[in-house]
Design a protein around this ligand. Sequence first.
Ligand SMILES: Nc1nc2c(ncn2[C@@H]2O[C@H](COP(=O)(O)OP(=O)(O)OP(=O)(O)O)[C@@H](O)[C@H]2O)c(=O)[nH]1
Ligand SMILES: [Mg+2]
Length: 619
Amino acid sequence: MHILGTAGHVDHGKSALVRALTGTDPDRWREEQLRGMTLDLGFAHLRYDDGVEAGIVDVPGHERFLHNMLAGAAGMEILLLVVAANEGPRPQTHEHLAILTYLNVRKTLLVLTKRDLVDADELGFAEELTREALRGTVAEGAAAYAVSTITGEGMDELRSAIHDALVALPARKPDAPAFLPIDRVFALAGHGTIVTGTLMQGTLNVGDTLRLQPSGRDVRVRSLHVFGQKQQTVHGGSRVAANLPQIDVREIERGEVLASPEFGVLRQFEVTFEPLESAVPLLRRRNYVRAYLGSAEILGTLSFDETPREATPVAGVLSLRRPAATYPGEAFVVRRLSPKDLLGGGTVGAAVVTAQADEDGALDSEHQSVLAVLSSLGVASGIATTIAARANLREERTVTILESLVERGLARKLAKPVAFVENAAADDLYAQALSMVNIAHREAPWKMGLTSIALAKALATPETTIVRVLATYVDEGRLEYRNGYYAAPGFAPELTSEQRKFFDSTVQLDPQNPFFPVAFDDLTAALRTTKVRGAQEAFETLLATGALVKVHDAVYRGTQVADVRARVEGALRKEGTMTMGRFRDLIGTSRKYAVPLLEWFDAAGITIRNGDIRTLRAG
Ligand SMILES: Nc1nc2c(ncn2[C@@H]2O[C@H](COP(=O)(O)OP(=O)(O)OP(=O)(O)O)[C@@H](O)[C@H]2O)c(=O)[nH]1
Ligand SMILES: [Mg+2]
């Protein structure tokens, strides 16, 4: 049997097409039916009168559910690339195509849906645009079928083209060891746990003993079903439901693999990686990534000897946070941690065997129990004493283990007071924080970023947790923290031209009195009445960056304050001391402004006050 998969932008008619082909609605969740949108993978069985059959995997088009699309993408051999004729290719058309180019698609049929909504010219135009999008992808030169699931137009031609494509595909390696990435787990009353997935290769028999990976547990297959039909034996390319009664449904999840015992698990392996053209500028020597292998999403790092500069295959090393069942030749895809841009994909090579990898692979039971305690704490860190008590270990030993977990990248050490947090949980928090920060940068580029209070609220996490955990990422240069705002590395706020005009005119310099400020109250009154978008936030940015300086109830430009400071320092160096009277003469300002200004210099650690006399602070 073979697997057909859909791909394409949200709402382009993928699920409607699957329903029209098979009679099965792949949107199996009530929420999906109510929203008219696919959220997770859907499955259907395609049958022809002559016995030819296929499994169909229907994916969600919405970018928010791309991780679900990825969980189903590896199994696809024939791709139905769905493009709505009334819209043409859209962002996820391109993204899905890019992903599938790295995986196992052998043949693509281009399906232009919603034929009933366009005339011949519009159809021709949509096809032309789509052909353009297919260039350089796995789908280049694919035959196109214009269909309507409403009128049925074009469906017979498509159905017969799929038939021919299925017949032409060679069987999947039946003699290879069985490998089934699990994409669904559920309990069936009276039977226990059922796992489903696409059998990527090999053969499964009732009664076989297989291994669940990465957990390493051996399980016996009690029964096998393919689309509701009981089977004794199933071959590669089938959608399989396997009954594993010995395992509790809570012990397995999507991403695990049911495989022959030949397959080991790896945490670090060589890869051949091909960057996506648009991702080349995003790549560094060491990249934090989400790796997609089979139906699993695993965080890790992808490293190269040198930063890749072009979109050609390059050797690299993929190191995963947790072990994965994989084998040389398996295709994978990686996305950036945050934002989750697709970076590229490739194939798995040999395991990297280093002392470190060996150690990582074999955490002893003490390490495992300490890690389990950390993991149970989530993003709330724990101090060594508490962790020791929970892990039932001596504190001294616990500290040693915690330090070694930190060294292996499995835990993070927080400062003041020293505490530990599971790295995976911390990374999740960081990824979420960074993506919120990036959204803020995009939506309001004049803002410095987000405060810890804003992040705490948005992520429903205590502010102290946010501050302590994110501090470690700030130390690593993966996040910036300035004046109370978190920002993406390298981000610099930029005012809109309207905002700049507003501040240029409200904080005006008086050529007669170059050191006079504007009144804070006047400025806030102007801010309250202005229609300039984001003016208040831009004001906060100007204060935070020092472009404007608030001194008591006055506001100066940063350049004014710098000039005053230069004069004060110059005079003090020459004269040694300074009175208030001398200061006023020096900068030609009134007493009203002079007193707070000098006090501000005292507070800023530039001058020292002794009675009515100022001197320069040493150093
Ligand atoms: N007129 C017309 N409407 C169609 C056709 N095919 C699908 N639609 C409509 O387009 C909308 C989206 O269809 P779906 O099949 O849910 O789209 P999808 O690609 O599965 O969407 P996601 O799974 O959320 O990405 C629905 O309202 C369908 O009724 C068609 O051939 N003609
Ligand atoms: Mg759908």
